[in-house]
Design a binder for this molecule. Structure first.
Ligand SMILES: Cc1cc2nc3c(=O)[nH]c(=O)nc-3n(C[C@H](O)[C@H](O)[C@H](O)COP(=O)(O)OP(=O)(O)OC[C@H]3O[C@@H](n4cnc5c(N)ncnc54)[C@H](O)[C@@H]3O)c2cc1C
Ligand code: FES
Length: 428
C-alpha cells in the first residue's frame, strides 16, 4: 500500500514535470518565432508603405514630367540666394505661369544666354540642386575664375553672379540627363560630391528626404577644401540628425584654423575608396558621384580596384568627360573598326569649311579637332548634354567615348564627345 502510494505520487510528479517541460519547450520554441514573425510582418508593412510612397512620388514625377516642353522656354528669376562667397542659388519660375514639370533628382537644365560683349548666345548646363517643387526650379552656381592671367573669367557663372537679377527672363531647356536616382529602388546608396559637384547629389538626398523617412541606407560623402566650399553643411547635418539611415561625412583637404574636427568636418582627408573601405560595411552599394575630373578619375579607379562593378558606379561630369565609359577607340585603317593598342589616322572632311583634317587618337574629339584647326563649330556644355554641337553627318560614322545624355537625331552627331569611326564627312 505504502509502495503503491509512493508510485502514484511519483507518477503524478512525473506527469506534471512532463507537462511543464512541454509547455516550457513550446514557449521557448514559439516565443522567438512569434517575435520574429511580428518583426518580419512589421518589416513587410514598412516595405509596402515605402513602395506605395515612392510609387506615388514617381507617379507625380511622371504626371508632372508630361508637362515638359521642347526647345527654349522663358523663365523668370524668382530670387537669388548667396549661399557662400562663391556659390549663388537661383530660383526660376516659368514666365508663362503654366505648370512646371517635375524632374528626376540628378538631372540638369540647359540655359541659353545673350551676354553683352559676347557675339553669340552662350549655352551652359546647370544641375538642379533641390528636390522637385511645385512652383520653381533651383540651381546653384559656382563662380569660375580665369584659368590663366591672360584669360577671361568664366562667362556664364560670373554673369549669373554679377549681372542676372531677380525678375530677369532667361531661356531654359527642359530638365534632362541620364544621371539620376531611382527613388523607387531600395538598394543602399553612396552619394559622393567634390566641391560644386554637390548640386545633383544634393537634389538626390533632398528628394529622398521629401518622401518622408529615408528608409534605404544612404551615405553622403562631401570632399571640399574647407567649410567655405561646403554651403550645404548645416542643411546636411540637420537631415542626418533627422534620418537615422542617412550618414553624412565631410572630408576637408585644407580645414581652416578655426574649424574643428568632429564638429565642422569629420576628417582632414580627401574622399577615397580607402575611406569607404574603412567606413562602409561592404562595397555592396550603388555609387553616385560628381566632382572635378581628378576626383572622379581617382574614385572610379579606386572603386573598380575594390571590386565594385562598373554598372554600380554612376557619374556626372561638369565639363568634358573625364571618366571614359569605354576606352577611346583607335583605328587600324581608315574605315576599319577600332582595335585597342593601334593608332592610325582617319580623314575628317569639314565640307562647308572646305577643310580636310587628319584625326588620330590623341587629337581629342571632333569639336577639339575642328577648333584647333580654325573650324569654328557651335558648342555649349562640351560633354554631350546640351545638343548645341549637333552637326549633320554627310557620310561615315561617329562613335562616342560616353553615351550622349542628349540623343543626336539620325544622320547627325555630337562633335563634343564624338570621334570618327572611319572616314567622315561633316556638314560643317
Ligand atoms: C551636366 C552639367 C551640370 C553642371 N552643373 C553645374 C552646377 O550645378 N553648378 C555649377 O556651378 N556648374 C555646373 N556645371 C558647369 C557649368 O555648366 C559651366 O561649365 C561652368 O559654370 C563654367 O562656365 P562659364 O561660362 O562660367 O565658364 P567658361 O567661360 O566656360 O570658362 C571656363 C574656364 O575656361 C577658361 N577659358 C576661357 N577660354 C579659354 C581658352 N581659350 N583656353 C583655356 N581656358 C579657357 C576660363 O578662364 C575659365 O576658367 C555643369 C556642367 C554640366 C555639363
Ligand atoms: S556641346 Fe553640349 S552636347 Fe556637345
Amino acid at each position: 500500500m505504502h509502495l503503491g502510494a509512493n508510485l502514484i505520487h511519483w507518477l503524478g510528479v512525473g506527469i506534471i514535470a512532463l507537462v511543464a517541460l512541454q509547455a516550457l519547450a513550446m514557449f521557448v520554441s514559439t516565443a522567438p518565432r512569434i517575435s520574429s514573425q511580428t518583426r518580419q510582418q512589421r518589416l513587410a508593412e514598412e516595405i509596402l508603405e515605402e513602395q506605395l510612397r515612392t510609387a506615388r512620388a514617381r507617379r507625380v514625377i511622371r504626371e508632372e514630367s508630361s508637362h515638359s516642353w521642347n526647345g527654349w522656354r522663358k523663365f523668370r528669376v524668382l530670387r537669388k540666394v548667396q549661399e557662400s562667397a562663391d556659390v549663388v542659388s537661383i530660383y526660376l519660375t516659368p514666365h508663362d505661369n503654366i505648370r512646371l514639370p517635375s524632374f528626376e533628382p540628378g538631372q540638369f537644365l540647359t540655359f541659353q544666354l545673350r551676354i553683352p560683349g559676347v557675339p553669340q548666345p552662350v549655352v551652359r548646363c546647370y544641375s538642379l540642386s533641390d528636390a522637385p517643387a511645385e512652383d520653381c526650379y533651383r540651381i546653384s552656381v559656382k563662380r569660375v575664375p580665369a584659368a590663366k592671367p591672360d584669360l577671361k573669367p568664366g562667362v556664364v557663372s560670373n554673369y549669373f553672379h554679377d549681372v542676372l537679377k531677380e525678375g530677369d527672363i532667361i531661356d531654359v531647356k527642359a530638365p534632362g540627363g541620364a544621371f539620376f536616382l531611382d527613388l523607387a529602388s531600395r538598394t543602399p546608396i553612396v552619394l559622393i560630391a567634390g566641391g560644386i559637384g554637390i548640386t545633383p547629389v544634393l537634389s538626390m538626398v533632398n528628394s529622398l528626404a521629401r518622401l518622408g523617412t529615408i528608409s534605404r541606407e544612404t551615405w553622403f560623402f562631401l570632399g571640399a577644401r574647407n567649410g567655405e566650399e561646403n554651403f550645404a553643411r548645416e542643411h546636411l547635418r540637420a537631415l542626418a540628425a533627422k534620418h537615422e539611415n542617412l550618414k553624412v561625412h565631410f572630408c576637408y583637404s585644407a580645414p581652416a584654423a578655426h574649424e574643428k574636427q568632429g564638429v565642422d568636418y569629420d576628417e582632414a582627408c580627401r574622399v577615397s575608396a580607402d575611406l569607404f573601405k574603412k567606413l562602409l560595411p561592404s562595397n555592396n552599394y550603388e555609387y553616385y558621384l560628381c566632382g572635378p575630373p581628378a576626383f572622379m578619375e581617382s574614385l572610379t579607379r579606386g572603386l573598380r580596384e575594390w571590386g565594385v562593378p562598373d554598372g554600380s558606379v554612376h557619374f556626372e561630369a561638369f565639363g568634358p568627360a573625364s571618366v571614359p565609359a569605354k576606352p577611346a577607340p583607335a583605328a587600324t585603317a581608315p574605315g576599319a573598326s577600332p582595335s585597342a593598342g593601334s593608332i592610325t589616322t582617319r580623314r575628317v572632311n569639314f565640307a562647308r569649311s572646305g577643310k580636310e583634317l587628319a584625326w588620330s587618337g590623341d587629337a581629342g574629339n571632333l569639336l577639339e579637332l575642328a577648333e584647333k584647326n580654325g573650324v569654328m563649330l557651335p558648342s555649349g556644355c562640351r560633354s554631350g548634354n546640351c545638343g548645341t554641337c549637333l552637326t549633320a553627318v554627310k557620310s561615315g560614322k561617329v562613335e562616342y567615348n560616353k553615351p550622349p545624355a542628349c540623343q543626336p537625331e539620325a544622320g547627325s552627331c555630337l562633335t563634343c564627345i564624338g570621334v570618327p569611326a572611319g572616314e567622315l564627312v561633316l556638314d560643317a
